[in-house]
Write a protein that binds this ligand. Structure first.
Ligand SMILES: Nc1ncnc2c1ncn2[C@@H]1O[C@H](COP(=O)(O)OP(=O)(O)OP(=O)(O)O)[C@@H](O)[C@H]1O
Ligand SMILES: [Mg+2]
Length: 351
């Protein structure tokens, strides 16, 4: 449904401006099938907004091709581009509503611009306001609404032209956690009911976890990692991915232990490991088996269970206590059992 092929975007300074050119996107490839919710996560300035704005050509890529619903948008301009954009809705962090128009008139605006008749507009707008739960607010003004309600108006407006794609740029970043939850539930509902393809930009792992099917991680204009959400939360492949995950899970060894961690194993050291269990491994008593079958004691430093979509994910930080030959055997045992093992380091034991 959405395809970015080798897309780069460079912002050049104006003539006479001594600023450097900014390479905001570099060779970005992205494919999002119809009906999927795809998240893009990255730090501030990584290029997230540039990327999403290239999808509807609010920013024109410097090089590369953007196709949406099989149409090459980069080959279009003027009226043809405008017409193609009706198939792409967009919502923003700060809602971008017109303050002097009622809720109804805000949602109606794109239809007025398309030249639709008043009766047809009413028929289109009324069910949209019902869909987003604002049927009783049609004649109110944005100033009378909460942030969550404003974003609902913006969602209804974005859906007015019956797009196949919805772009969301930090759509919940200005909202409190509870309101964020209700907006994400609405987006999930729309995705389900209308089969809408959603591309969503965020810097919050919570958003990725609760709504996305797949996620791309962007850093310095490049997509550095892409995975199904369950896989990303189990075993991110890049340093940045692990940083995002650890930040979110707040699952780290105690600081005093981190300071004592050494990279290489020593004669009397114990490995400290991060274990991620999914699937059958969650319900198998692996830790007690480890003690029984490998003769290794396990000291659990931290543990938690997360639900990620339909999957249950168990996470644990533990020290494996025993002689090196035994702990090596224990690591091999764990690795053979459908769980992801990462050795964080080794800690010397004098006792
Ligand atoms: N119109 C512009 N002119 C020049 N440089 C720009 C322009 N828009 C963005 N940039 C630069 O491009 C880079 C990527 O910016 P972008 O807004 O895409 O990042 P972002 O990931 O959305 O960040 P944030 O999380 O803060 O919104 C930054 O270095 C930014 O300063
Ligand atoms: Mg941005």
């Amino acid at each position: 449904m959405i395809r970015l092929h080798n897309v780069s975007k460079t912002y050049y300074p104006r003539r006479g401006d001594s600023a450097q050119a900014v390479h905001a996107l570099k060779d970005v490839d992205l494919q999002i099938p119809q009906g999927r919710i795809h998240g893009v996560i990255g730090l501030s300035g990584a290029g997230k907004s540039t990327l999403i704005r290239c999808v509807n050509l609010l920013e024109r890529p410097t090089t590369g091709i953007v196709t949406v619903d099989g149409r090459d948008l980069t080959g279009l301009s003027g009226a043809a581009l405008n017409e193609a954009r009706h198939g792409i809705g967009m919502i923003f962090q700060h809602f971008n509503l017109l303050t002097n128009r009622t809720v109804f008139a805000n949602v109606a605006l794109p239809l007025e611009l398309m030249g639709m008749q008043r009766g047809a507009i009413r028929e289109r707008v009324t069910p949209l306001l019902e869909l987003v739960g604002l049927a009783d607010k049609a004649s109110q003004y944005p100033a009378q609404l909460s942030g969550g309600q404003k974003q609902r108006v913006a969602i209804a407006r974005a859906l007015a032209s019956r797009p196949k794609v919805l772009l969301c740029d930090e759509a919940t970043s200005a909202l409190d956690p509870q309101t964020t939850g209700s907006i994400l539930a609405l987006l999930r509902d729309i995705n389900h009911k209308l089969g809408l393809t959603i591309l969503l930009i965020t810097h919050e792992m919570e958003v990725v976890k609760s709504i996305c099917h797949r996620v791309s991680l962007i850093s310095d204009g490049r997509i550095v990692e892409e995975a199904e959400v369950g896989d990303f939360f189990t075993a991110p492949r890049t340093r940045l991915g692990r940083d995002f995950l650890n930040d979110f899970l707040k699952l780290e060894p105690p600081r005093a232990l981190i300071e004592r961690l050494e990279e290489a194993p020593g004669k009397r050291s114990h490995p400290v490991v991060r274990l991620a269990f999914s699937g059958d491994a969650v319900s198998t008593p692996l830790i007690s088996r480890l003690a029984r079958e490998c003769g290794v004691d396990v000291s659990i430093l931290q543990a938690k269970v997360e639900s990620i979509q339909e999957r249950t994910l168990g996470l644990m930080i533990a020290e494996l206590m025993g002689p090196p030959a035994k702990t090596r055997e224990a690591l091999a045992y764990l690795e053979s059992h459908d769980l992801h093992v990462e050795v964080l380091g080794h800690v010397q034991r004098d006792d």
